[in-house]
Design a protein around this ligand. Structure first.
Ligand code: 13P
Ligand code: SF4
Length: 352
């Protein structure tokens, strides 16, 4: 059945020709990734989405990525997500109602959040949250550019509200030397985030209580045990991992960064990698001929289950429909929302 789906993908692509471009995130499964025209991390893919001229941008990634492709592309282009159920559990941990309530409560405590706080949303968020940032003088960041974006945010106002990933926010703040006690967690399910007015007033960064279900599996003790067995080995992690994991890693960065560091490393080196399994398995195979050993950090299998939903069958069905002139799974951000979200995304691209 898989062979049949692969053949259907090839045939539909041949019919579509240059009308379709396939963008693939690095976590995509191998049987889909092999069809990619362009691959990247979230920052690279958002730039590529604004540069391609194809009529259909078929996004093999998750929902927020296809939204970004829609926002950043031209009016004649269409962003397509082969399975509409491919969401991001972290992105779902923040929504507009909760962020607006947070802003109201901050107004009660601080007076004027628009003068005091820069809202920063990780790109792993719905388009309406990017629009919120666009409207309130805020910005989008990715795992690659979070440090420069945080500098930008503090150049505008004295505090930052960072959502939805507390770990990326904490690691980035920590690297900037912000004391841990000035980075407090805002729990959106509690009044005033579960914080006292004094905690809010003293905070430099308010960290939304969100996380990635994949990266939360990695633990500092996985690193410690591995280092005992392989003292010469090197550890590299994605910044969605906890602060303990990041602090104990030799390198921390985006998916693209992880791939580049290991590919450019000396031959015969050994690596422990804290990011999604599809990426790690693919990289391990690619660098094996140079004698490099690449190992996955967690003892359990942890893939991005939503990214995994984009399988060859869904991709074949999508491409066949597009080739037949039927537009399916079109991701369209409402125009007023797209306009404001683009303000925040353009700020990001200008800064990074
Ligand atoms: P990157 O931007 O590093 O590819 O990260 C996206 C993501 O969702 C990681 O979990
Ligand atoms: Fe979202 Fe985590 Fe999947 Fe990345 S790995 S897309 S943050 S659920």
């Amino acid at each position: 059945r898989d062979d049949e789906a692969q053949e259907r993908i090839r045939a539909a692509r041949a019919r579509l020709g240059e009308r379709a471009v396939l963008l693939c995130h690095h976590y995509q499964r191998a049987d889909v990734y092999q069809h990619a025209d362009l691959t990247g991390d979230s920052l690279k893919l958002s730039r590529l989405a604004s540069q391609t001229d194809a009529e259909f941008i078929v996004f093999c990634g998750v929902h927020f990525m296809a939204e970004v492709a829609d926002i950043m592309s031209q009016p004649h282009q269409k962003a397509i997500l082969p399975d509409l159920a491919a969401g991001c559990s972290m992105a779902d941990m923040a929504n507009l109602a909760k962020v607006e309530r947070c802003w109201r409560e901050l107004r009660e405590v601080l007076g004027t959040p628009d003068a005091l706080i820069t809202p920063v949303t990780y790109i792993n968020s719905a388009a309406d949250l990017k629009a919120f940032c666009g409207e309130h003088g805020g910005i989008v960041c990715t795992s690659t550019n979070a440090p420069v974006i945080l500098d930008w945010a503090f150049a505008q106002r004295e505090k930052v509200l960072f959502f939805p990933d507390q770990h990326l926010g904490r690691w980035t703040g920590y690297k900037k030397g912000i004391p841990l006690e000035q980075m407090v967690v805002w729990d959106p399910d509690l009044e005033y985030g579960g914080l006292t007015p004094e905690q809010i007033r003293n905070a430099k960064i308010l960290l939304w209580k969100g996380h990635c279900s994949v990266h939360q599996m990695f633990q500092e003790n996985h690193i410690r045990r591995w280092r005992m067995q392989h003292p010469e080995g090197l550890v590299i992690s994605h910044p969605e991992s906890s602060l303990d994991v990041c602090v104990n890693s030799d390198y921390v960065g985006s998916t693209e960064y992880i791939i580049n560091v290991i590919k450019n490393a000396a031959p015969n080196t050994r690596w422990l990698v804290g990011t999604e399994l599809n990426l790690v398995n693919r990289l391990a195979e690619e660098v094996k001929p140079e004698g490099k050993i690449v190992q996955f950090m967690a003892p359990t299998v942890c893939m991005c289950s939503t990214m995994q939903r984009i399988d060859p069958q869904h991709l074949a069905w999508t491409l066949e429909n597009l080739a037949d002139g039927k537009i399916v799974n079109h991701i369209q951000v409402p125009p007023h929302e797209a306009e404001l979200a683009k303000v925040a995304l353009d700020r990001m691209l200008a800064v990074s």
